[in-house]
Design a protein around this ligand. Structure first.
Ligand code: HXC
Length: 270
């Protein structure tokens, strides 16, 4: 990991709420948004994970607060966005990083298993966006930039660009997330000056996605065909988030930025 190429104050005064921000890629995004000046609110289902993430951030001098909550419950979403706004007095950045995943052949996946991942990844993302909207929309287009609308970053994947073994539920869920990103970018970008973008991570080391999907074992094989010949770091995803959340990305709206070293489009050399 190298030092951030961004100035440490580019998100000064901003407040970010991250679902799934207590562990894995979500935590690294919390950390890097915090290191670049943002105050951080973390929402997660596991209290211990959320508490420990908050103390780690606090120990680095980053203002942070945690809320136990499940993105599948609308009342949790409402409570957490409201509490974040009450605590910090504003909300500028929403990062939807909460996700569910397991590896299962389609014939063994129950409709309820499929629905569970859709509920977490797709409906959960929409619910959080929906409940955060009234806090994210402030000035709107043409107004003072300091009161302009906030921004949303949805964590996606590259699984659904092609087809991925035993990931029908996650592929469908992330395809829906990408659609949510584009549609909200159109509607809320036009009406409220809110930018909505996504990040699609490739294989990132030391994450639940990698270990749950058993990808660690096939890393060396994947590396043979990858243009950049390496697995990514959580830091790579967090830097994309800092870029999109900051004014560096002020003209970027409705895109899902693939951060995978070119992995998804790679084919073996022949
Ligand atoms: C088959 C399964 C299953 C499994 C659950 N189900 N696990 N089916 N194989 N391994 C089915 C259950 O049988 C049930 O259906 C339904 O799913 C709901 O299961 P619950 O256990 O009641 O759900 P819940 O306790 O809410 O847990 C949700 C979860 C869980 C998704 C199943 O694993 C989870 O929340 N994990 C979160 C953390 C996580 O995985 N994060 C990493 C995301 S990585 P029935 O029909 O029996 O009722 C990521 C990266 C993607 O997203 C890209 C990678 C490259």
């Amino acid at each position: 990991m190298v030092e951030s190429p961004f100035k440490p104050e580019i998100l000064r005064g901003k407040v970010a709420l991250l679902t799934g921000g207590g562990s894995g890629i979500g935590y690294e995004i919390s950390l890097q948004l915090g290191k670049h000046g943002a105050s951080i609110a973390i929402m997660g289902r596991r209290k211990q994970v959320v508490d420990s993430a908050v103390s780690s951030l606090n120990s680095l001098g980053i203002p942070a607060i945690g809320f136990e909550g499940d993105v599948r419950k609308r009342e949790d979403a409402i409570r957490v966005v409201e509490s974040t706004f009450k605590h910090f007095g504003r909300l500028d950045i929403l990062v939807n990083a909460a996700a569910g995943n397991f590896l299962v052949p389609s014939e063994d996946l129950s409709p309820n298993g499929f629905r569970t991942v859709m509920d977490i990844d797709s409906v959960g993302t929409f619910t959080m966006c929906h409940e955060a909207l009234k806090y994210l929309k402030k000035g709107g287009l043409g107004k003072d930039p300091s009161t302009a609308g906030g921004t949303i970053i949805n964590i996606s994947a590259t699984l659904h660009y092609t087809a991925t073994w035993y990931q029908i539920h996650v592929s469908a869920a992330k395809a829906a997330v990408d659609s949510i990103t584009r549609n909200l970018a159109l509607e809320w970008g036009t009406d409220y000056d809110i930018r909505v973008n996504g990040i699609a991570p490739g294989p990132i080391g030391d994450t639940a996605g990698m270990s749950k999907l058993g990808l660690e074992g096939i890393l060396s094989k994947a590396m043979e065909k990858m243009p950049l010949f390496k697995v990514g770091e959580k830091w790579d995803i967090a830097m994309a988030a800092v870029y999109l959340a900051s004014d560096a990305g002020k003209y970027v709206n409705g895109t899902t930025l693939v951060v995978d070293g070119g992995e998804w489009l790679s084919k073996p050399r022949h």
